[in-house]
Unconditional design. Structure first.
Length: 145
């Protein structure tokens, strides 16, 4: 059901942990399953993400996508990081089962939330960055399930 890459990133997640005095921190939850992801960025004076760490209290797919997302943004500029979508993360992992696609949204939203936090702390505007959601289902209609 899961690709080898998903299993690898789930069993050996990269960049797990936290960064003290991080330049930006983003936390996003998924109220439907209760999973949460937090990402920490250390961003240098050239707006390059020098280091990144994450913690995910979530399912295997959330852990694997968070791990891959950190690998994809590390060493990138904040604008390049903004381009890292959940689709790009899933492609880098050779796909996810359809029922697990929503799990990959945690990483994308958490990246945006951390960039938003960085922009606020430094009083700058990041073009193309929308105010992130604190929950990936925020703004959706209430569904029965
Ligand atoms: Fe909650 Fe995967 S089931 S993020």
């Amino acid at each position: 059901m899961y690709s080898d890459k998903v299993m690898d990133h789930f069993q050996n997640p990269r960049n797990v942990g936290e960064i003290e005095n991080a330049s930006g921190i983003g936390t996003v939850g998924n109220a439907k399953c209760g999973d949460i992801m937090r990402i920490y960025f250390d961003i240098d004076e050239n707006q390059v993400i020098r280091d990144v760490k994450f913690k995910t209290f979530g399912c295997g797919a959330a852990v694997a996508t968070s791990s891959m997302a950190t690998e994809l943004v590390k060493g990138k500029t904040i604008y390049e990081a903004l381009e890292v979508t959940n689709k790009a993360v899933m492609e880098a992992l050779d796909g996810l089962p359809p029922v697990k696609v929503h799990c990959s949204l945690l990483a994308e939203e958490a990246i945006h939330a951390a960039l938003w936090d960085y922009a606020e702390k430094n009083d700058i505007k990041i073009d193309g960055l929308q105010k992130p959601k604190s929950d990936i289902h925020e703004g959706e209609e209430e569904e029965e399930y």
